[in-house]
Design a protein around this ligand. Structure first.
Ligand code: HGY
Ligand code: MN
Ligand code: MN
Length: 368
């Protein structure tokens, strides 16, 4: 492949078709991970695609379309509070205001990209609207469904929608020993009530999940009543209305809790993405590739977000899931996959790529 960095620092490999005017299919996944993550989230989708191209190359086989493998940056949004940054630039939904977001050391996304050797202002150049026939991503399932059913791979039907919030609670600092309990305005106790409300709200509703993964308490001192607290909320559902209603409900309930406790609260939206359907035709072709390996075909929805979810506005997308071992644990060092399953998934992906008629698919979609 020819490989290069694009303006935002993504790595792009191209396995060109003989005909330069042939359609382009994109595959790959994200290079970044959450803190203390596993080894497969994201990276598997890049390495399995490279393995497919290595095999094609070894057989001297060219595809009737150009296959691009991308190693995408900043899918998780850990450092700058963005998310899906690079895939959104490719799919034309990049927010230029993200370039001014800073990390914990005050480094802006713009300067981090420049420091890396990229050209942050050139982000519009990544937009591939009208230029991609399809985006197909392979990814570890990050859940227990395939493991529980004894299946190595599965076809993703849709990717969950999600919203992330930053919640700031302000109380009144005071002496931990002298302020009477009845007149305290303890920001941490108010936040604790809000956090448990998120759990109760999501537990009592089907098809909705919610988490608070980050909490900071200031001043965090043994002899001071907490003045300020900030925490994150991550809420998701395959049905957009459900996570939208949850965000509204959190805002209302947090205000009530703050008022009752003489504190104040500010809820700021950090990120949201609609649930994304996987293309039915591409799902069928992945299913056929699985059946060709003599494996039962299982369709399943994704509770995790993925780069693929931002592509539907510019091209059809689909995902192949690979069994996740260790009870499906992910976003954790114990995330695991067997070499056999990696091999099966890569063979399915290779079968898909070799049998995909990108030109016919593109003309059916009405894209060039
Ligand atoms: O958060 C997610 O669902 C994905 O791992 N970024
Ligand atoms: Mn992840
Ligand atoms: Mn991922």
């Amino acid at each position: 492949m020819s490989a290069s960095f694009d303006a935002l620092g993504n790595i792009v490999g191209r396995y060109p078709a003989a005909d330069a005017a042939a359609p382009v299919v994109m595959t790959g996944s994200h290079q970044d991970s959450v803190r203390n993550a596993g080894k497969y989230d994201g990276l598997f989708g890049i390495i399995s695609a490279i393995a497919c191209i290595k095999d094609l190359k070894a057989r001297g086989k060219r595809l009737p379309y150009t296959l691009e493998v991308v190693g995408l940056g900043d899918e998780e949004g850990v450092r700058f509070g963005t998310a899906l940054m690079s895939s959104r630039a490719i799919a034309g939904s990049f927010e230029p205001s993200w370039l001014d977001k800073t990390d914990e050391r005050g480094v802006s996304l713009r300067s981090a990209i420049e420091e890396f050797g990229g050209d942050a202002e050139a982000w519009p150049a990544l937009n591939r609207r009208g230029k991609l026939a399809a985006y197909v991503e392979s990814h570890i399932e990050q859940g227990p469904v395939l493991l529980n059913e004894g299946l190595p791979v599965g076809v993703v039907t849709a990717i969950t929608g999600a919203a992330r919030l930053r919640v700031a609670v302000a109380g009144l600092a005071g002496h931990a020993g002298t302020v009477p309990m009845g007149s305290r305005r303890d920001a941490l106790c108010a936040a604790a009530e809000m956090i448990l409300f998120v759990e109760r709200y999501c537990e009592s509703r089907r098809a909705l999940v919610g988490t608070v993964g980050k909490l900071s308490v200031l001043p965090g001192a043994i002899n001071v009543i907490p003045q300020d607290v900030e925490f994150s909320v991550d809420v998701r559902s395959g049905e957009n209305a459900l996570w939208r209603e949850a965000v509204e409900a959190f805002g209302r309930e947090f205000q009530k809790i703050a008022e009752r406790r003489g504190s104040s609260v500010i809820v700021s939206p950090v990120y949201s993405a609609d649930a994304a359907p996987c293309d039915a035709d591409l799902q069928d072709q992945l299913a056929k590739a699985i059946a060709e390996q003599g494996i039962a075909v299982r369709h399943l929805a994704s509770g995790a977000g993925h780069d693929a979810m931002v592509f539907p506005p510019i091209c059809p997308m689909a995902m192949l899931f690979v069994r996740c071992g260790n009870n499906g644990i992910s976003h954790h060092p114990d995330e695991t996959m067997t070499a056999d399953d990696a091999e099966i998934a890569t063979s399915v992906l290779l079968h898909f790529f070799e049998h995909f008629d990108a030109a016919a698919f593109a003309s059916k979609q009405g894209t060039a």
